[in-house]
Write a protein that binds this ligand. Structure first.
Ligand code: HEC
Ligand code: HEC
Length: 299
């Protein structure tokens, strides 16, 4: 905040408080508080007259107490422009304090699970309840509250993992994050429209004869070998180390139609799972990895 705005706000805030005090003082009418009079303001509304008595003392006292409270508060806490307050309180400070207290309290609990291997931890109900809460707070915005994902966000419950479904690979996906990068037209930057059509038909043919044109699908095999196999594998079963999906299991990160696949081939895809290590402790990620591992058991 610049000095000008800081002063601007301070003047308005203090002006308002002292303005209220002045108003109470100025309208106190100099009357004795314990003497009610019959004096009226002179206004008559439909025969009803308005008495001109001072405010009750307790009420006046309450007003003044509020002003004093406000001034004391503004002295202790930030409120006057960029003045930090005598207590040095800040929202960020309070947040960090709470996180530290929570870490001290729950850290032990998570540490107890750190030594348990992930497949075994996945069978521990108490740990999985903690995993579910962590998932709801940190993952469900992208992967959905049940972990079923949506377009571009992987379903974590179908047993299909583009980056590998072993306990170590799942831990790694969460801990360090993942960047999925498919270049436009794969490894053939000057792929023609005909070749795009052929390779899309080929990919569809790998998933239950859903191609539009079987001759094109047949021709697409050669295009695939040149432009796609390096990442998706010669047999199109995907390569987990690159995050390149299996293209013959009819499970899709994006849509399954000709148009969706064509769009992926023509424009490529850039996708990112953010690393959780800056936000969560290794022990918390261990519990989460077990939770995702459990979710992925195909039911
Ligand atoms: C901002 C959105 C976002 C958040 C938050 C997020 N993810 Fe992800 N996650 C993604 C995306 C997008 C991918 C796919 C990356 C790719 O395509 O390469 C992904 C991939 C993954 C994978 C790998 C899936 C596979 O197919 O191999 C796992 C496991 C995973 N996330 C778990 C989690 C967990 C657990 C959390 C919570 C701690 C989490 N994610 C939070 C967006 C998110
Ligand atoms: C450099 C490696 C690379 C090459 C080459 C490549 N891909 Fe990909 N492809 C990927 C990656 C990585 C993804 C996942 C993108 C993401 O995480 O969003 C992907 C995703 C896809 C998808 C979406 C799958 C789904 O589950 O929805 C299709 C379809 C696809 N590729 C087809 C192709 C075809 C056809 C070619 C050849 C023309 C090709 N790819 C070439 C790496 C590659």
């Amino acid at each position: 905040m610049s000095t000008f705005w800081s002063i601007w706000i301070t003047v308005i805030v203090l002006g308002t408080v002292f303005g209220c005090v002045w108003l109470l003082w100025a309208t106190r009418k100099g009357q004795a508080y314990d003497q009610e009079t019959d004096q009226t303001t002179g206004h008559v509304y439909d025969g009803i007259e308005e008495l001109d008595n001072p405010m009750p003392k307790w009420w006046l006292g309450l007003f003044l107490a509020t002003c004093v409270f406000g001034l004391v508060y503004l002295m202790l806490y930030p409120g006057l422009g960029s003045y930090q307050g005598l207590l040095g309180w800040s929202q960020v400070g309070q947040y960090e304090d709470e996180i530290q207290r929570a870490d001290a309290r729950f850290g032990e609990v998570f540490a107890r699970y750190a030594a348990v291997p992930i497949p075994e931890l996945a069978k521990n109900d108490e740990a999985m309840r903690m995993g579910q809460r962590l998932f709801a707070n940190n993952c469900s915005v992208c992967h959905g509250s049940a972990g079923r994902g949506s377009i571009g966000f992987p379903n974590l419950t179908d047993g299909v993992f583009n980056w590998g479904g072993s306990p170590e690979e799942i831990y790694q996906s969460i801990h360090a994050g993942r960047i999925g990068n498919m270049p436009a037209r794969g490894l053939m930057p000057n792929m023609t429209a005909t070749q795009v059509d052929q390779v899309v038909n080929y990919v569809l043919s790998l998933n239950g004869n859903r191609e539009r044109d079987s001759a094109a699908a047949e021709a697409g095999k050669a295009v695939y070998a040149q432009a796609c196999a390096a990442c998706h594998g010669a047999d199109a079963e995907g390569i987990a180390a690159m995050g390149a999906p299996n293209l013959r299991n009819n499970t899709w990160l994006y849509g399954s139609t000709y148009e969706w696949i064509e769009e992926t081939v023509v424009h490529g895809r850039q996708n990112r799972m953010p690393a959780q290590s800056p936000r969560l402790s290794d022990d918390q990620i261990h519990v989460l990895a077990a939770y995702v591992y459990k979710l992925s058991f195909v039911r």
